[in-house]
Structure formats: structure tokens, C-alpha cells
Ligand binder design. Structure first.
Ligand SMILES: [Zn+2]
Length: 554
């Protein structure tokens, strides 16, 4: 059960897959310096820093109320922002991309002054806002949002029949590229209303429960949606098109599906996978976290995005990822990668959210690990291990997964694959599946609807397991290199010396060695220890499918 040796062909295929991934999910980094070393710009700092004018208030509620004009490729309207002051102050920091116009910002009947700096908007109040009190401002804006970034930002496309098809997806770039808000990850509104007016022959699907639609008698119809849970800004979305709707239920949870007319038959077959997906994740973690808002899948012109309760889908109604075998080991073709991965984010990403982009593995490492839990639940543990270990070909171990806080830097792709392989390793370290399942469930329930950083998670795991695993978390998440298990066989006296070589000085992690079916758990540290050699030297194996480590023998 060693890490399989890969032939040149397989390695080339893996590289090709990795390249596909880069274009589909993230910006290529090959020509850019490692992500942790690029200096932040002023715009990065404005975006990422949770400074005084963000920290002085706590978001309560948004009502985003806009009109979308497909012909002009423009948007206009307002966001009403309700917040509670935490400190006395006269200024707050909001965000709206510099290319969009601020029409006016008002509190009641008072027009407020605004100062712009890159994509930041400082709003100044003529009187001191008092700590403990709630205030509301109406932020009117208009303009033509830019089509940028991994998923397009805000795109004005047409479907194959020539009808407008308008979508938003702005996780990396930020929601401020199409609407004004407090654009950071730490603070979420408690609830939100979304009203999108579009030409009356079109449909808007946004997050939350459908409230109703109103004919505005000027050729436009307003679609109203209500989000009844905390929501990330980047999760807020509009999807405007000639959508057809069909629905289903899982117990008392409404499932709603919206696709273009030509996709209806394919979708009715493919979207049946939503039920076993929900069943699997509910089995491991408890109820779907956004019950009152329902669960939706919505066709979109990009691969997919975890918009809360309104997951967008563009995976060609086929299994695998964009019709490819995603981890290259024959498992991912058994399911629709986008339905499983993006919906996994309802648990990790949307319900449990990172408070800073530096800790984004809490979204991506976990969602990737949840893919393997889905495989385990549906197809068994062997398939799950095979699937997970297929991810090794995508890991680079070149930069730490956790990046610097406060600069809104998306971590390297290792956050997905290495993050998942790390969680699988942690399960093997715990070495007691009942305990592991309990830990996963309790951890999710404990942090549900919270925005956390990695330290919160580590503290919780350590407390639950009654052991300090901090050096293990640090080695996998805050260091680039994997730990290496060094084995030195002494043939003459039939012993094996072993230790960890790791960047973390206190690194200590149990691991299984011996032979499949006859593993023995040893507890190496960074100091040499010796054990008897119980097999032929060549037969001494390390369970590298259960523990993601390097092994060096001498
Ligand atoms: Zn993801």
C-alpha cells in the first residue's frame, strides 16, 4: 500500500488535469512568484484589512434592490445596509468597485459624504454614531459591472436561443464588483432581502426563499428573494435568463432546479444526484444548514459556484469534472463533481465560514474532503481512499496553505487537495472512526453560522480529542513541505530506527507501518527511536494511503 509509482504517461495526464484545474478554478501561478511572496498592493490592504472603520460596526441586514438592463449591460439601484455600531465613530468603510457610480448615500433624509480610495468607499456621518445603536444607510449606485476574474464577475451573455443570460460569480474579486457592501469575510449580515428587476420575459433566481414577483408595469418584473441566515457577500448572486423550473423534496426540504429550456431533460436526470448528496452530508454533519431557504441548483455559464442555497452549475450535465475523470483513478466518473463539491460548501464555506481568505482551506480543503465522504457513503471506503489518493498528483507542496491575513490573498491550490489529504491523515491519527465521525459532526454543529480562523478549529479539535495536535496542523497547513518518515534498517541486529523530519520542532504523529492487514502503529517524534524489524526488509511498508507523508529509507 505504498504510494503508487506513476508512469510518465500518467504523470503527464496529471499535469494536464492540473492545468485544466488552473484555468477552471484559479489563476495560473506558474509565471507568477509564489503567492506568499508577492507584496500586497494598497488595494489588497484596503480589501483585506479588518481596520478601524470595519471593526467599529457589525452588519445586521442588507436589502439589495436593483434593476438589471440586459441591453445596456448595466445595473442600478440601492443596497440598504443596517449595522450596529460597536464603538462611537463618525465613519464606516464600505466597498464598491471604482468603475461604478455612487449616485447618493443617505441616512433617512440626510445625504452622507463619501470618500473613495480604489474600491473602498468611506462614508462619513455628520454626527457621531453611538456604540450599541443600529443605523441604516441607503447606498444608491449605477453603472456597468466588469466581466473579470475566474468566474466572470458579472457576465452579460446570451443563451443558444439568443436570450439574455446574466450571472454573477465573484468569490475572488469580491461582491463590490457589482453591488455596494461591506466587502470582507469576517462579518456577515444576519439576513438579507434581494430584489432583482429584469425584463418581464426573464426570470431571476437569487439566494434564499422565493417570496414573489411583481409586475412593475414598465416592461420589468421584480423578483423577490429572502435569505434567512447569515450569508457571505460573495455568495449573494443573481441569475437572470429564460429559466425553466422544476422541483422536488427531500423530507420537508424543498429542492428547486432552474435550467435553460434546452437543458430540461438532461437536468431532470443529472440533478437527481442532489438527493443522495444531501442524504450523505446530512448523515455526517446533521441537517442541511439552510432549511428555510431551501436548496437550489441553477444552470450557469461557468463550471460552478457555492452560492448559498442557490448553487450554480455548469458541469455539462455529465459525471466527473467537465467530462473528465477528475482525480484520474476511475472514481470521479461515478458522480457529478460540481453537484457534490459546490453543495459540500453549504456545510463548509457557507455554514462554517472562514473569517479571512488566508484560512480559505476551511472552505476548500473541507469541501474536497467532503467529496471523499460522499464517495465513502455511496461507494465504500476503498473507493474513497482511491479517490482521495488520486489527489496527490495535484499537490505541489511549494507554499503553505495558510497565507498572510489581512491582504485577501487566495491561497494556493494545495488548499483543496492537500487540505483534504491532511484531513484524511488526521482521521488515521485519531485511529477510531466512531470518534472521528463524532468529532466531525460536533465540530460542524459547534461552528455552524460562524466565521472562524484555523486557530479556532485547532483549539476545538485539541479540546475534543484531549491532545495537542497543533504541530500536526502547523506542519500541514503553515509549512510547505510534507513531514518525512525516516527509516533506517539495521540488518545485522534486525532493527529499524525511525523519526520524523519536519519543519515543526515538536512534530509528533503516530503512523502505521508493517504490512497491509498487519499494520502496527508507531509513535515517531523528531528524535530517533528503534523498533525490532519483524518482516523482511523489503516488506516493511508505510500506510501512505492513510497518512499523507514522505518516506525516506536507508
Ligand atoms: Zn470549492
Amino acid at each position: 500500500m505504498k504510494t503508487p509509482e506513476r508512469s510518465a504517461t500518467v504523470a503527464a495526464a496529471a499535469l494536464l488535469l492540473a492545468a485544466t484545474f488552473l484555468t477552471g478554478f484559479a489563476e495560473p501561478q506558474s509565471s507568477a512568484p509564489p503567492s506568499t511572496e508577492r507584496a500586497p498592493t494598497r488595494a489588497d490592504l484596503l480589501r483585506g484589512d479588518y481596520g478601524r472603520y470595519r471593526a467599529n460596526n457589525d452588519l445586521v441586514y442588507y436589502h439589495l434592490d436593483v434593476r438589471v438592463d440586459p441591453r445596456q449591460r448595466s445595473i442600478a439601484g440601492k443596497n440598504s445596509i443596517r449595522f450596529k455600531m460597536l464603538k462611537d465613530d463618525t465613519r464606516i468603510q464600505l466597498d464598491l468597485y471604482a468603475n461604478l457610480n455612487i449616485d447618493r448615500i443617505v441616512m433617512g433624509t440626510t445625504t452622507l459624504a463619501a470618500a473613495r480610495d480604489h474600491n473602498t468607499v468611506y462614508v462619513d456621518f455628520p454626527v457621531t454614531l453611538k456604540a450599541g445603536r443600529e443605523y441604516s444607510v441607503d447606498f444608491y449606485y449605477s453603472g456597468q459591472p466588469r466581466e473579470i476574474g475566474r468566474f466572470g464577475g458579472m457576465t452579460f451573455r446570451t443563451d443558444s436561443a439568443g436570450n439574455p443570460w446574466i450571472n454573477t460569480a465573484c468569490e475572488g474579486e469580491g461582491a463590490a464588483l457589482w453591488w455596494p457592501n461591506k466587502d470582507q469575510w469576517r462579518d456577515e449580515v444576519e439576513r438579507m432581502d434581494i430584489s432583482i428587476a429584469v425584463p418581464s420575459d426573464l426570470v431571476d433566481v437569487s439566494n434564499g426563499a422565493f417570496v414573489g414577483k411583481t409586475d412593475l408595469a414598465d416592461g420589468y418584473t421584480r423578483w423577490d428573494w429572502r435569505v434567512q441566515y447569515p450569508i457571505n457577500n460573495y455568495s449573494v448572486s443573481l441569475n437572470v435568463g429564460k429559466y425553466e423550473h422544476f422541483s422536488d423534496r427531500l423530507g420537508d426540504l424543498p429542492l428547486d432546479f432552474y435550467v435553460l429550456p434546452g437543458s430540461l431533460e438532461k437536468a431532470k436526470v443529472q440533478f437527481a444526484q442532489a438527493k443522495p448528496m444531501l442524504e450523505a452530508f446530512q448523515h455526517y454533519f446533521g441537517d442541511y444548514p439552510f432549511k428555510k431557504d431551501g436548496y437550489k441548483l441553477i444552470e450557469a455559464p461557468y463550471s460552478g459556484m457555492e452560492h448559498q442555497s442557490a448553487v450554480t452549475y455548469g458541469n455539462r450535465f455529465a459525471n466527473g469534472y467537465l467530462e473528465r475523470d477528475w482525480t484520474g483513478v476511475g472514481i470521479s466518473l461515478k458522480f457529478d463533481f460540481i453537484i457534490i463539491h459546490e453543495s459540500a460548501h453549504e456545510w463548509f464555506g457557507n455554514a462554517v465560514s472562514a473569517a479571512d481568505a488566508a484560512d480559505m482551506w476551511i472552505h476548500e480543503g473541507w469541501a474536497t474532503y467532503l467529496e471523499s465522504l460522499y464517495v465513502e457513503r455511496r461507494f465504500g471506503r476503498d473507493d474513497a481512499l482511491k479517490y482521495l489518493n488520486g489527489y496527490k498528483s495535484k499537490v505541489r507542496n511549494r507554499d503553505p496553505i495558510i497565507t498572510q491575513r489581512g491582504i485577501h490573498r487566495t491561497p494556493p491550490e494545495d488548499q483543496y487537495f492537500k487540505g483534504a489529504l491532511f484531513l484524511n491523515t488526521l482521521r488515521s491519527v485519531v485511529n477510531d472512526d466512531d470518534r472521528w465521525w463524532r468529532l466531525l459532526r460536533d465540530l460542524f454543529q459547534h461552528f455552524e453560522y460562524h466565521n472562524i480562523v484555523t486557530d479556532d478549529l485547532v483549539r476545538y479539535v485539541n479540546a475534543q480529542l484531549g491532545k495537542d495536535y497543533t504541530p500536526i496542523f502547523n506542519q500541514y497547513l503553515r509549512r510547505a513541505a510534507l513531514p518525512t518518515l525516516e527509516l533506517t534498517v539495521n540488518d545485522a541486529d534486525r532493527t529499524v530506527a525511525y523519526r520524523w523530519k519536519a519543519d515543526e520542532r515538536d512534530f509528533a504523529m503516530p503512523i502505521r507501518v508493517g504490512q497491509p492487514g498487519n499494520w502496527r502503529m508507531i509513535e515517531p517524534t523528531t528524535a530517533w527511536q528503534v523498533m525490532p524489524l519483524e518482516t523482511a526488509k523489503e516488506q516493511l511498508e508505510v500506510a501512505t494511503d492513510l497518512f499523507y507523508v514522505n518516506v525516506s529509507r536507508s
